[in-house]
Design a protein around this ligand. Structure first.
Ligand code: G
Ligand code: G
Ligand code: MN
Ligand code: NA
Length: 255
């Protein structure tokens, strides 16, 4: 309860809440293609709290909507700052939690953000997980269509860990598949993981989806990924999550 109160205060005054941005690079050219925004929370008493802890806490305690609203605003403001600095930002993907995906005014909120920060279309993308869409496929398709109409790309995150009915994917108007890092990290350790990689990427290619390999940590993993239909690499090998200033310096600043 102490932590819930602290999180509520943090959302109210923005204290200790920030975003890190992790690069997604082209597998072959290694050029920056997009960023994933990842929430960070530092509290003077609790220290650095993992999003694996405070996001579920926010979901349980009704704080996820105000928290997400605050974070999306931060993303929009960051994109605006890059544009104002004369830089060319790449799109930033935001993780959507279930409650956020299913709110009635999600589309309106996104539209309002684009408007308020005068952002060109396509700069804010979204990631969601399969479990959010279970049992509500028809309604999910409608929300996804609206996101796509706003020019947003939508990725299925952590793919392969959920129910992963490969056949239902083609019903969903998503653009991108992110292969969960558990498969990537097992590459070279067991034969089965490469078999699954072959199946997922083969299917994704057929469905014309962009494929991201998450959690790539070694050159060996990268080399294996070169044998399959994998477009983008995200992981400690190619770039850790980092503060926006570091993204500016390392990737966006003109020499
Ligand atoms: O950054 P890290 O790998 O520790 O993130 C842990 C988990 O928290 C991941 O599953 C990630 O998707 C989730 N997460 C990080 N930031 C956000 C956010 O802003 N919103 C939501 N809903 N989830 C997030
Ligand atoms: O669930 P989601 O894919 O949104 O979670 C992203 C999380 O994965 C972030 O918390 C990020 O810190 C973490 N992450 C990113 N790259 C790597 C990596 O190469 N190895 C590991 N172990 N975690 C990673
Ligand atoms: Mn994600
Ligand atoms: Na993921």
């Amino acid at each position: 309860l102490a932590m819930e109160t602290a999180l509520r205060n943090a959302i109210d005054n923005g204290e200790g809440l920030s975003l890190h941005y992790q690069p997604l690079v082209d597998r072959d050219s290694q050029r920056l293609c997009s960023l994933e925004a990842l929430a960070r929370w530092y509290h003077p008493e609790f220290g650095q709290v993992s999003p694996g802890d405070f996001i579920p806490l926010a979901e349980r305690s009704g704080l996820i909507l105000p928290l997400s609203r605050y974070l999306m605003q931060q993303v929009a403001a960051r994109l605006r700052a890059w544009l104002d600095a004369g830089l060319t930002p790449v799109p930033v993907a935001v993780n959507l939690s279930a409650q956020q995906f299913w709110q009635q005014d999600l589309i309106e909120q996104i539209r309002a953000l684009y408007d308020e920060y005068q952002l060109p279309p396509g700069l804010i993308n979204f990631e969601l997980t399969e479990s959010m869409l279970l049992d509500k496929q028809q309604q999910a398709v409608r929300v996804l269509q609206q996101l796509r109409q706003l020019g947003c790309r939508v990725a299925m995150d952590d793919f392969g860990t959920g129910y992963s009915s490969l056949s239902y994917l083609h019903q969903l108007p998503i653009t991108t598949l992110k292969i969960d890092r558990s498969f990537i990290q097992q590459l070279g350790e067991n034969q089965g993981s490469e078999t699954i990689l072959a199946a997922i990427t083969g299917m994704a290619q057929g469905l014309k989806l962009t494929v991201v390999a998450e959690g790539v940590e070694t050159e060996e993993q990268l080399n294996t990924l070169r044998r399959y239909h994998v477009n983008l690499i995200q992981g400690y090998l190619t770039g850790r999550p980092m503060p926006a200033e570091q993204i500016t310096e390392r990737y966006l600043a003109v020499a």
